[in-house]
Design a protein around this ligand. Structure first.
Ligand SMILES: C[S@@+](CC[C@H](N)C(=O)[O-])C[C@H]1O[C@@H](n2cnc3c(N)ncnc32)[C@H](O)[C@@H]1O
Length: 253
């Protein structure tokens, strides 16, 4: 008698529930202080989701990223701080859109760096089995100057690069990221230092020591920073997690 089940039947993993795919809801009392709303939004952004993958960014900041990617004709995003990979996926999809509009000149790519990448690799493979075609996960420490050289070797000639620093949000790591990676940014391009909110005592998430904004200011005042301008005018939507962090190169490297 032939086997009625020629292939072993294995139970598929449970599908994520709608609640897994949505950020926590924020309730607004428009008469309450803005700080109450801010705190809810800050908590929410830690549990937001893109294409089924956790992403830690405010929607308002994602819109600003869309503007700067467009304005600077970015082809390659170098992301420092992958976490679970949601932001790498988001940047990849935005770059694909840029390419569809003819705003890129070389094949698009996201190079995303973290201390360890095993978890992000597994999550990204589940979200998009073909993710590695345009997203390269790199293991390394932003404090290591050799890491920047490894990343530089992956960038195709002529690519216009945007760098986003989203690692530890302390003074030494912020300074190291700027020192080691800013020269990947072409004239007109952007280096985005995330989460300057850690330096505002009222906005600082619990347990974060701060040091991001002082590092940005010190670096801009030094010889390498002279070629960059702080674009506070790009904090267009009022709410941002990255005050003082939108930096544009205005002179050649
Ligand atoms: C805020 S999370 C990144 C969030 C992600 N970019 C997003 O928007 O969803 C910060 C990540 O930086 C990594 N990190 C911390 N210190 C680092 C360092 N010195 N070098 C590289 N990555 C680091 C952590 O492992 C963590 O995954």
């Amino acid at each position: 008698m032939s086997n009625p089940h020629p292939h072993p039947v294995t139970a598929p993993p449970p599908a994520p529930s709608e609640q897994d795919l949505l950020p926590p809801k924020v309730d607004v009392d428009v008469h309450a202080p803005l700080l109450t709303y801010w705190r809810q939004r800050e908590r929410q952004h830690l549990r937001d989701v893109y294409a089924g993958v956790r992403i830690k960014k405010f929607p308002e900041d994602l819109r600003v990223f869309e503007h700067v990617l467009w304005l600077s004709r970015t082809d390659v995003v170098v992301e420092l701080g992958t976490h679970l990979g949601g932001s790498a996926l988001w940047f990849r999809d935005r770059l694909r859109t840029q390419a569809a509009y003819g705003r890129t000149s070389v094949p698009v790519q996201v190079i995303s760096v973290d201390l360890a990448q095993e978890r992000a690799a597994a999550i990204l493979a589940e979200a998009d089995p073909d993710y590695a075609r345009e997203i390269t996960l790199v293991e390394g420490d932003v404090g290591d100057p050799a890491l920047a050289e490894r990343v530089r070797a992956m960038i195709p000639p002529g690519a216009r690069c945007l760098v986003v620093e989203d690692t530890l949000h302390e003074y030494p790591t912020t300074l190291a990221a700027l020192d080691h990676f800013a020269d990947l940014v072409p004239e007109g391009g952007f280096f985005v230092v995330e989460d300057g909110i850690v330096d505002d005592p009222e906005l600082r998430p619990p347990g974060m020591p701060g040091g991001v904004v002082p590092a940005v200011r010190d670096w801009l005042a030094g010889p390498r920073g002279a070629a960059f301008r702080m674009r506070r005018d790009l904090e267009r939507y009022g709410l941002t997690s990255h005050p003082y962090g939108w930096l544009q190169r205005v002179a050649a490297a």
